[in-house]
Design a binder for this molecule. Sequence first.
Ligand code: GAR
Length: 220
Amino acid sequence: MEGNLSLLTVPDKLNIAIFASGNGSNFRAIHEAISGGKIRNAQIALVISNNSDAGALEIARGFKIPAVHISRTQYKSDDEFNATLIGALAKHHINFIALAGYMKKIDVSVVGAFRNRIVNIHPALLPKFGGEGMYGMKVHEAVIAAKEKLSGATVHIVDDQYDHGMIVLQKTVAVEPTDTAETLAARVLNIEHEIYPEAIHLFAEGNIKIIDQKLIINNV
Ligand code: GAR
């Protein structure tokens, strides 16, 4: 008897919303993989940022992708803010969310509405160097301070705890003795640009299954 199996992908196309707070280089890498035909069955239909100055919004406008600034500071309550996010996702018929340098926690109401359909990229080898306050350069500073020999990037499913959900893909990079947080961040970012499109490709092709809370990648 097979366990509680859920196929994560929709039958037709992934209609993706990107959430980004910063430069948007991961968003750009995903966009390039889609437009270059490396990811089929997917399109980016919306970009949301909590930061009106985010490079990601600018890139999206250049690509003529709907781009919206939605920040908690614009709303009176968490409920109003989260309802606005969910409303924007519904308006654009989003069925998959990719967090690409989004520095805010996703509320349980959004996680619940998109259960197992939100992914995140983290610039370290989770479960190490994750959790609240571990983002961006802080992660690389902590890796160097801990004298780790290896770091890397992780794509994982978003659940209601920071950097905690099931891991989809990871790739390592060596930490060199001469590395600063900046040099390490740059090498990890290159790896991110490889594995994030690869992970989304797996979802778009229907090659990710979750059985009894374990993530399984089909042999392809
Ligand atoms: C990336 O390194 C991403 O892994 C990290 O922010 C950077 C965003 O770069 N995300 C986190 O630290 C989340 N915990 P980008 O805006 O150029 O894609």
